[in-house]
Design a protein around this ligand. Structure first.
Ligand code: DLL
Length: 440
C-alpha cells in the first residue's frame, strides 16, 4: 500500500536529525521568550535560569512550567510575543471556569497550522477527491477553522456546516455526498443514530472516514461508531493554547497519534511530583512550542494523560507518537478509593448487549462516602416492562464494572434517547458531591 504524506521529507526525518532540529529551535525559542515576553523573563529570573542554560534537549526540565492559569492572569494578550498588528487571528477556549484563554496567530502561524492539519488529514487517508463535512462549531473554538484550512490546503471540498441541526446535517451528508466527517466522537455517534432514525441505511451515505477529535473516547465507543456509520474513524489531538488541531493525529494504522515534532517538543511528567518520566511512561503530556510566533508557550501542562512511543511507525513516519489519551488528570474520578477515568468506565460498558453507547456518571457523597451511579440507555424500551430482563442487564453491567475496574456502582437503565445528546464535546460526569443537600 502506498502511504501518502503531506510533507514526506519532514515526516520521515531520521530521529537524530529531528532532535538536532528541536534543540536548535528550542534554543532560539527560549531566547525569544526571555527577550519578548515579560511574563517569561520574570519566571526565568525567579527560577534562576537563562537561555544559555539550554545545551541539550533535556535541559528544558530546568525551566518552569506554564499553566492555563498563567494564560488567564495575562488575559487577554499578555503572553503574546508579537504586537497585535502582526496577529491576524484570535481564538479562545471558554473552559468551564470564568476567564477564557485567548490565543493569537500571526500569518506564519496560520500557514504552519494549515500544513500541520494537512499532515494529519492526509495521514488519516483523506485526499483532494474527498468531500469533507465539518460538523464542529465555527467560532472561537479552534476545531472548525483549524480543520477547514488544512482540508482546503490539500484540495478537499470543504462543507462548513458547523455543529447542530442534526437532521439537516444528515440531509446535507446524503445530498452533497460527503465522504469525510469532522466532529467529536460523541457527535458522530449522535449523527449515526439520527441517520438511522431517519430511515437511512449505511449504503445511503458515501461517508468513508471520520476525523474524530477534540475529546477522547474508548476503543469500544469508536468501534460502535464504525459499526453504526460504516466509517473508518481516526483520532486527532490538539489544544487551543498550543495550536488547536494538528498537534498529533493517527495514520491509517491507528497505532498512536504522530506528533509534529518539528513544531512541538513533548515531555511526560508525573502530574503530582512534576518529575519528568522516561520514554514509554504514562503521565501528563507537557508541550513546548518550537516555532509559534503569536503566543509561544514553554512547558505547557496539558493535563492530558498519555504515553509517548519513540519507535518509527509502520507507515514510515518517524516522529514520536502519543497513545490515545486516557483522560485529563483533572477528570479522574475517585470513588471509594478507586481511581478511574470516565473512558475506562465507557470501555467496560459500551458494547454490552441491549444497551446503547451514551451514558452519564453521577457522583454523590452519602454518609461521607463517594457513590457512583452509572446511567445507561436501553436499546429497546420494551425491556423496561420486564423486571427480569432489566435486572439481568443491570447485573451484567454491575459485574463488569466490579471485575474490570473494581468499582461498585449503582446502575440505572433508562429509555432509549433519554440521556442528553451533545453536538460538541460530551459532558458525561455530573459531580454532585459538593452540592448542598436538596440538590439533584
Ligand atoms: O479541542 C482542539 C481540537 C479540535 C483538537 C478539533 C482536535 C480536533 P480545546 O477546546 O482547547 O482544543 O480542548 C483541548 O481537549 O487538552 C484534551 O483534554 C481534549 N482533547 C482534544 N483532542 C483530544 C483527543 C481542541 N483526540 C483539550 N483525545 C485537550 C482526547 C482530546 N482528548
Amino acid at each position: 500500500m502506498e502511504i501518502r504524506m503531506w510533507q514526506r521529507e519532514i515526516e520521515t526525518m531520521q530521529r537524530d536529525a529531528i532532535k538536532e532540529l528541536q534543540l536548535e529551535k528550542l534554543k532560539s525559542m527560549v531566547a525569544k521568550l526571555y527577550r519578548d515576553v515579560p511574563h517569561y523573563k520574570k519566571k526565568f529570573d525567579e527560577a534562576g535560569v537563562s537561555p544559555d542554560d539550554i545545551k541539550t534537549l533535556s535541559d528544558i526540565s530546568k525551566f518552569p512550567f506554564t499553566t492555563k492559569e498563567d494564560i488567564r492572569v495575562n488575559y487577554p494578550y499578555g503572553l503574546f510575543a508579537k504586537p497585535l498588528k502582526e496577529i491576524v487571528r484570535i481564538h479562545a477556549s471558554s473552559g468551564t471556569t470564568g476567564v477564557p484563554t485567548v490565543v493569537g496567530y500571526t500569518r506564519n502561524d496560520l500557514n504552519t497550522w494549515s500544513d500541520l492539519v494537512a499532515r494529519i488529514v492526509v495521514a488519516a487517508g483523506v485526499t483532494g477527491e474527498d468531500i469533507a463535512q465539518i460538523s464542529f462549531g465555527y467560532g472561537l473554538f479552534t476545531g472548525a477553522l483549524g480543520l477547514h484550512y488544512g482540508l482546503e490546503k490539500i484540495g478537499a471540498t470543504v462543507v462548513p456546516v458547523s455543529s447542530g441541526n442534526t437532521e439537516r446535517q444528515i440531509n446535507i451528508m446524503r445530498d452533497f455526498g460527503s465522504t469525510v466527517l469532522i466532529s467529536t466522537p460523541t457527535y458522530a455517534m449522535y449523527l449515526a443514530e439520527t441517520a438511522k432514525g431517519m430511515g437511512l441505511e449505511k449504503g445511503d451515505l458515501k461517508l468513508k472516514i471520520g476525523l474524530l477529535g477534540s475529546e477522547g473516547c474508548s476503543d469500544e465507543f469508536r468501534d460502535e461508531i464504525e459499526e453504526k456509520f460504516g466509517i473508518f474513524p481516526t483520532d486527532n489531538y490538539g489544544l487551543s493554547e498550543i495550536m488547536g488541531p494538528g498537534i498529533s493525529g493517527e495514520c491509517v494504522y491507528r497505532e498512536g497519534m504522530h506528533i509534529a515534532e518539528d513544531h512541538f517538543l513533548a515531555e511526560i511528567i508525573d502530574p503530582v511530583t512534576e518529575e519528568v518520566l522516561p520514554m514509554g511512561s504514562t503521565g501528563e503530556l507537557v508541550l513546548s512550542s518550537l516555532t509559534r510566533e503569536g503566543i509561544p508557550l514553554l512547558r505547557y501542562r496539558t493535563k492530558d494523560i498519555t504515553t509517548l512511543i519513540d519507535e518509527p511507525c509502520r507507515c514510515g513516519r518517524t516522529h514520536t507518537r502519543m497513545t490515545r489519551t486516557l483522560g485529563r488528570s483533572d477528570d479522574m474520578l475517585k470513588v471509594k478509593g478507586v481511581n478511574v477515568f470516565p473512558t475506562q468506565i465507557e470501555s467496560a460498558i459500551v458494547g454490552i448487549e441491549g444497551i446503547g453507547s451514551h451514558y452519564l456518571l453521577i457522583l454523590r457523597r452519602e454518609n461521607y462516602m463517594d457513590n457512583l451511579e452509572v446511567k445507561v440507555e436501553l436499546v429497546d424500551g420494551k425491556v423496561l416492562e420486564s423486571y427480569g430482563e432489566l435486572e439481568k442487564i443491570q447485573m451484567t453491567i454491575k459485574k463488569r464494572l466490579l471485575t474490570i475496574l473494581g468499582l461498585d456502582a449503582k446502575v440505572t437503565l433508562c429509555s432509549p434517547m433519554e440521556l442528553e445528546r451533545f453536538t460538541g464535546k460530551a459532558k458525561r460526569v455530573l459531580d454532585l458531591r459538593f452540592e448542598k443537600e436538596g440538590g439533584r
